[in-house]
Structure formats: C-alpha cells, structure tokens
Design a protein around this ligand. Structure first.
Ligand SMILES: O=P(O)(O)OC[C@H]1O[C@H](O[C@H]2O[C@H](CO)[C@@H](O)[C@H](O)[C@H]2O)[C@H](O)[C@@H](O)[C@@H]1O
Length: 386
C-alpha cells in the first residue's frame, strides 16, 4: 500500500516535492520512513503552515488515506504565489523584497556580462511556461515562430538544450529545431543535435543517455491503467512521456479532484518504485531514481567537455518546481545562474527572475533575455577578439 507523509524539506531535491500549500515547499511523498525529514525553518519572508496545523487540516478518509492535503496542493499548483500573507506585509512589499533577492535578469546586463566574460555560455531552456505559454490543452502548447527564431539564433551562438518534463518526440514537434540538445522526460532521455540536418524531414537526434530505460514497460503499463481508471473523470488528460506520465487536472472540476486523487492512488499503490511529483496543475509520475533536471544539466555539461571546467557559464531559464533541481545544481557548482520565470515571489534557488507586472507574455520575456544574452556574447566577443 502506498501511503503518504507530509514533510517540509527546504533544500531537498525540488522535484521530489509535491507542494501542499502555496506558502510552503511542503511535500507529500511516498511513505518511506527514510525520506521523512525533520522540518527545517521556513525561508525568511515566506509564510509556512506548521506541520501540526497541516496535519490537523487533513481529513482521514478512505481507509486512513489523506486526501485533503492532495487537494490543497492541487489548488495551489498554478500559479504558485504567496496569498496567505500576514496583514502587516503587503503583497507589494513582499514582491519588492523578493525582487531585491532575485533581481530581474533584464536589469542585470552588466553583471551578467562581467561574470560570463571569456567563458563558454551554455543555454538550458525549460519548455512549458518558459518557451510556450501555459494553455489548457497540453497538445496545443505551441511556441511562437518569433520564439523559435530566437532559440535558433541562440543555438548558433551557444550550445543550447531544451530541458523538459515532456518526452522528446512531443517537445520536438513543438520546437522543431534539430540543432539543439534535448533532455526530455524530466532529463531521463537525453539526446544530442542531429547529424546531417535536413530542411525537409526530421533527422533523429543522437542518443546520449537514458538512465531510466528499465522503467519503459512499467510507465507504459501505468499510463494505460491511468487512462482506464480516470476515464469517468471529465476533463482529465493523461500523457505518456516515455519515462514518466502526466495526469493533468487543469480542466477537471475542483469537486472531482478528491475522486481523481483516489483514482491515481489506486493505480500507484502497486508501483512502489514510482514517485509522484506535482507541477502546474499536473501530477507527474516518475521512476524513483536519483535523476532530475539538475542531473541532466550536469550530464550535458560533461558531455560538452565542461565537466571540470571553470570556463563555462551555464544559464538555465525555467518556471516550474522541477526546474529548481537545475537552479540548485548551478548554485552548488557555483557556475552560471538560474532565471525563474514567475510573476509571483517563490522560494527558489534561481539567482534572477523574469517577472512582468505589465503582463507581457512569456514569449516577450524570454525573447528579451535571449536577445540580451546574444548581445552580451557579441559584445564580449568583440571586446576579446576584435
Ligand atoms: O518541464 P516542462 O517543459 O515545463 O513540462 C512540464 C509539464 O508541462 C506540460 O504541462 C504544463 O503545460 C500545459 C500546456 O501549457 C498545461 O496545460 C499544464 O497544466 C501544465 O502543467 C506537459 O503537458 C506536462 O506533461 C509536463 O510535465
């Protein structure tokens, strides 16, 4: 039986977390006692619900299984922002203080230029919510042609990778750029640029690494079971991402969420080697292996010959909790920086943010940052070599 514990890991692998409330990085993870940690203190400036209070709020139903925590977590899953502020702190004050800690990447040209001078920039880009806007139907999360042109230009200047929860085939159908590296299925499927590019037909990327290949049949089985179990829930969408599966509830009526949770759990109970994490209005079912977007980033840097190099400057742009693993990896390596795309303050390991109160689309923001990075590169190149 899979049961769940509530914990508050502050700096554990972000992708292992299912956020219980908007104000914490609390998580619901499969109940294995070794993973239950002592609750650390919350990040300063961030409001946390105590474990006791949270547990009090949990409703014990269905043979002792806790459902309300899941539903709270689902409610908070997109957009993630800080609602439950003490009345003494206005949301504007909180935003200001967060921006002091995570300044807009667009205001930091000089610092970025200085820090990256003489180093090889390597670009890592998340897809959903970063290169494409969040939309109701995951099959229609198109990237604009303008964005595609920007990414193409970027890839001419620097090695560029798409790091996504989607499987490579699906993300490739949106991005359509053979010259990129792709780390699909949350980094569990890594491919390099295709050799012998063709304008007319897709040339297959070269396989670099698949750390969860043993899980392929299991994920397929789970995907089919999820389809079957959830078919009575209107609006649900199940995706097979090869090494992981997604259960979307963005279009499921909130009244049906507890029912959906029960359906998902009834499938997962037979698969103790899978874990469940949560993204933006989506449950992600993934192999319980020590691999995430951060590890994929590290792997790609090594593959590019920058394993032990001081001459590399990786930049990772992402919007979701799973991107935190990559931000953390950069922070731990002390190289490059992470940029969080978010309009709201979030607990993050990214150094910079891209948030736009004037509601510019993610396209515009990423476009601007990419153009800026290309600009920085050209300036540095001219400075050094011309
Ligand atoms: O790592 P990412 O590239 O950010 O992928 C994470 C998930 O993205 C997709 O779902 C999200 O975007 C959808 C389209 O905008 C939206 O409908 C959904 O609510 C979001 O969660 C993708 O469909 C998932 O499978 C990925 O895991």
């Amino acid at each position: 039986m899979v049961s769940f514990v509530v914990e508050k890991p502050q700096r554990m692998s972000a992708s292992q977390n299912v956020v219980v409330s908007e104000t914490t990085r609390s998580s619901i993870i499969p109940n294995n006692s070794s993973s239950a940690q002592k609750a650390p203190t919350a990040h300063p400036g961030f409001i946390s619900i105590s474990k006791k209070k949270l547990l009090k709020n949990l409703e014990i139903i269905n043979g002792g299984q806790r459902i309300n925590a899941w539903v709270d977590s689902m409610r908070a899953s997109s957009p993630t922002h800080l609602k439950a502020l003490p009345s003494s702190i206005s949301s504007q004050q909180q935003l200001n203080s967060w921006i002091m800690d995570h300044p807009s990447a667009l205001d930091m040209f000089e610092q970025i230029m200085e820090a990256s001078a003489g180093k090889q920039i390597v670009m890592f880009l998340d897809y959903d919510g970063t290169l494409s806007p969040i939309v109701d139907d995951p099959d229609r999360a198109y990237m604009s042609s303008k964005m595609r042109r920007t990414v193409k230009k970027l890839a001419k200047c620097f090695p560029t990778a798409i790091v996504t929860g989607r499987c490579i085939d699906k993300v490739y159908n949106f991005v359509k750029l053979a010259e990129l590296y792709y780390a699909g299925s949350h980094g569990m499927d890594i491919k390099g640029p295709a050799k012998g590019l063709s304008r007319h037909k897709r040339v297959k990327q070269s396989l670099l690494y698949q750390p969860a290949s043993d899980y392929l049949p299991m994920i397929d089985e789970v995907y089919k079971q999820l389809l079957e179990k959830t078919k009575s829930t209107p609006g649900v969408k199940i995706e097979n991402h090869k090494f992981c599966a997604s259960v979307h509830f963005r279009c499921v009526d909130e009244k049906k969420w507890s029912e959906l949770v029960l359906q998902v759990r009834s499938v997962l109970k037979d698969y103790p080697t899978l874990k469940l994490t949560q993204g933006r209005k989506v449950f992600e079912i993934r192999p319980m292996i020590d691999w995430d977007k951060g590890k994929a980033l590290e792997f790609l840097l090594e593959s590019l010959g920058f394993g032990n190099s001081n001459n590399v400057f990786p930049v990772y742009i992402g919007d979701d909790r799973t991107d935190e693993d990559a931000f953390k990896m950069l922070q731990d390596r002390g190289e490059g920086f992470g940029i969080l795309v978010s309009k709201f303050p979030k607990d993050t390991d990214a150094s910079y943010s891209l948030q736009d109160p004037s509601e510019a689309s993610p396209h515009t923001r990423i476009y601007m940052i990419c153009v800026s990075i290309i600009h920085i590169y050209i300036v540095v190149y001219i400075y050094l070599y011309v």
